[in-house]
Design a protein around this ligand. Structure first.
Ligand SMILES: *[C@@H]1O[C@H](CO)[C@@H](O)[C@H](O)[C@H]1NC(C)=O
Ligand SMILES: *[C@@H]1O[C@H](CO)[C@@H](O)[C@H](O)[C@H]1NC(C)=O
Length: 308
């Protein structure tokens, strides 16, 4: 094997992917997604896994004209992987894995056959399962998630499967045992609850308070996630764990939201071997606002991956 391919293999094995809950509507034939296209173009070594969701799922058998144009552009990037959004509850996540089997599987099957009116198939490479359970005592949930994972991977064992419980909960081990690509074991906000801008950053104190991300120092939030999972930095489980951090603006208490503060936080995520991460100034609909615009985050993540 050539030295260059060895080097490439090492970099790929150690890398933290960018996981983007990409719920922004691609207005103007996808022009609204330019910031993400630029991020892909400027960081070709960084895998961007993009969760597509027109309407809490595929929304229909065919993408509308804007989605058709935008996903066609996305598909041209070798470092973009599109995965389709589905959710498991009928009550915004209050009771998980209760959505009727025929409804959720209909969404999964629709994703894999999603074709524009012009006949262009959208290359969906996997499924993001939102409102995934974190409660291991609920055996029905384990079966539900096993059934879904099996369904998704029946046609292609390489398909990406992401579970999003959003929290470590009371025990995620039975879900890790199902071998999803990633489990989002932490979904939180950077700024203090008093500074949340509900619609803008999808952080609303009325949904419950949170400890601002890394308010005890860079890397401390990931340390507590790994401790909650009963694992260590750099473990195989860390590599199958993802974190989503939104609302990177104002302050988390001790630190202001600046690119200089973001850098060490991203470096800690990479050094601890987390498989995929997302940082954003806003929430899941706006990606161009600094300091944590998607381009700035991708640049820092790419640099941290290379420096590892
Ligand atoms: C890199 O990003 C800039 C904006 O920050 C953009 O104008 C440029 O087109 C991008 N380059 C590529 C190759 O996408
Ligand atoms: C899982 O799939 C089996 C076989 O198709 C089915 O009998 C069972 O009801 C499913 N269980 C859940 C919780 O979805």
């Amino acid at each position: 094997m050539k030295a260059s391919s060895l080097g490439l293999f090492a970099a790929v094995a150690a890398a933290t992917d960018l996981l983007i809950p990409f719920y922004q509507y691609p207005a103007d034939k996808g022009a609204a997604w330019n910031e993400v296209f630029w991020s892909l173009g400027n960081n070709t070594d960084l895998t961007h896994t993009l969760v597509i969701s027109p309407n809490n799922g595929p929304g229909g058998a065919a993408p509308d004209d804007n989605y058709a144009a935008a996903t066609e552009t996305l598909a041209k990037f070798g470092n973009a992987r599109m995965i389709g959004y589905v959710h498991t509850s009928l009550d915004d996540g209050a009771t998980r894995c209760t959505r009727p089997w025929n409804e959720i599987t209909n969404d999964v099957n629709t994703w894999f056959s999603w074709t524009s009116k012009a006949g262009v198939k959208v290359p969906i490479q996997g499924i993001f399962i939102d409102e995934a359970p974190s409660d291991s005592a609920n055996l029905d949930c384990v079966t539900y998630m096993r059934n879904l994972t099996t369904l998704i991977r029946t046609a292609d064992a390489q398909r990406i499967v992401v579970f999003n419980p959003g929290t470590v909960g009371t025990g995620l081990q039975p879900y890790y045992d199902l071998s999803p690509t990633f489990i989002v074991a932490f979904e939180t906000c950077f700024m203090t609850p008093a500074l949340a801008r509900a619609e803008f950053d999808q952080c609303d104190p009325k949904w419950g308070a949170w400890t601002p991300y890394d308010s005890q120092g860079a890397g401390t939030s990931v340390d507590s996630v790994l401790a909650g999972l009963g694992t260590t930095a750099g473990s195989a489980k860390a590599a199958r764990t993802a974190i989503l951090v939104h609302g990177f603006h104002d302050t988390n208490g001790p630190q202001q939201a600046t690119e200089a503060v973001l850098g060490p936080m991203i470096k800690q995520v990479v050094d601890k071997g987390i498989g995929a991460a997302f940082f954003n100034t806003a929430g899941y609909h706006t990606f161009s606002t600094g300091p944590a615009s998607i381009g700035a985050v991708a640049k820092q993540l790419s640099a941290a991956n290379k420096g590892k």
